[in-house]
Design a binder for this molecule. Sequence first.
Ligand SMILES: [Zn+2]
Ligand SMILES: [Zn+2]
Length: 351
Amino acid sequence: MTATMLAARLHAPDPDPSRADLRIEAVAAPLPEPGQVVVDVAACGVCASDLHVVQGITPAGHFPLTLGHEAAGTVSSVGDGVTQWQVGDRVIVPAGRTCGTCAMCRTGRDNLCEATQVLGVDVDGAQAGAVAVAAGLPLPIPGHVPFAQAAILADAVATPYHALKRGGVGDGMVAVVVGMGGLGFHAVQLAVLAGADVVGIDTDEVALERGRRAGAVAVVDANADDAVAQVLAATDGGADVSFEFVGSPATVALASRVLRPGGRATLVGIGRDRLTGPPLGLFVSREQEVVGSFGATIADVNELVDLVDAGRLDLSQSVSHTFGIEDVPTALEMLHTREGNPLRIVIDHAR
Ligand SMILES: [Zn+2]
Ligand SMILES: [Zn+2]
């Protein structure tokens, strides 16, 4: 008899996620092929990228498709030829398997690998009892980093971490974070850790309060008529660097307007609207810069695991909601409506 497991499987997307054909169903548990390991999933995050797949905004590789791209768990079996893992090893399963050989991979920019296969998008993902992946994909988790924190680390925390590097944030700098949801909240936390004075911007009261708790020296309601003036006052004339996590034309403009001359805007948000920039003349007369930032590298994730393990980065407040697998549709709906202000939602596969 083949062992079965529960998996969150998308049979058909729909712009309204509550109408998508998403089933929690029993499927055969995976067995490792040569060169693969099977990881028993302990925790797997649910994030806006999942929502985009369920809504059909991000095209799925096939249907039905098992969702899930930010997971952590325990190696439960290893395929032929696998020497680096043993049953019982605690691992992070990152979202994408990079090729390791292209020009981007060879220069340490594996987040830009063009041959990446993303779990839960291109191939079956980890929102399930177990997932089979190439042995080169998982990353080790030191003993005392909890699974839920390890799961979100590779995505929700690593993306802003990479962005801070792209933006060049450092000790004594003034940084502005536009949008303090799951990614922006961690950007505030990490920029404070890097020694920056951070001003956070959002429209949501709960997000503003969270930003304050994460160490922002000031938070500004983007709905205020004088929002830009407030930021300029709080930053003594403008930020050295700004980070945009929303992905709308208005917030991109905001990220540019809060900079001092010579400042740098870092664009991270992926929204539905076509982005338009501030007038290019600004970049000449004020010598401003704009950089983009996409995902994170494997090195970023490993550095973050070490920061958490060393007790320098506290992610204990990062998971705002935990559900069982039967509640994946509820979690997606929550992300869609933003009801309850989810910071990070994790599915606990152990319960
Ligand atoms: Zn994600
Ligand atoms: Zn590559």
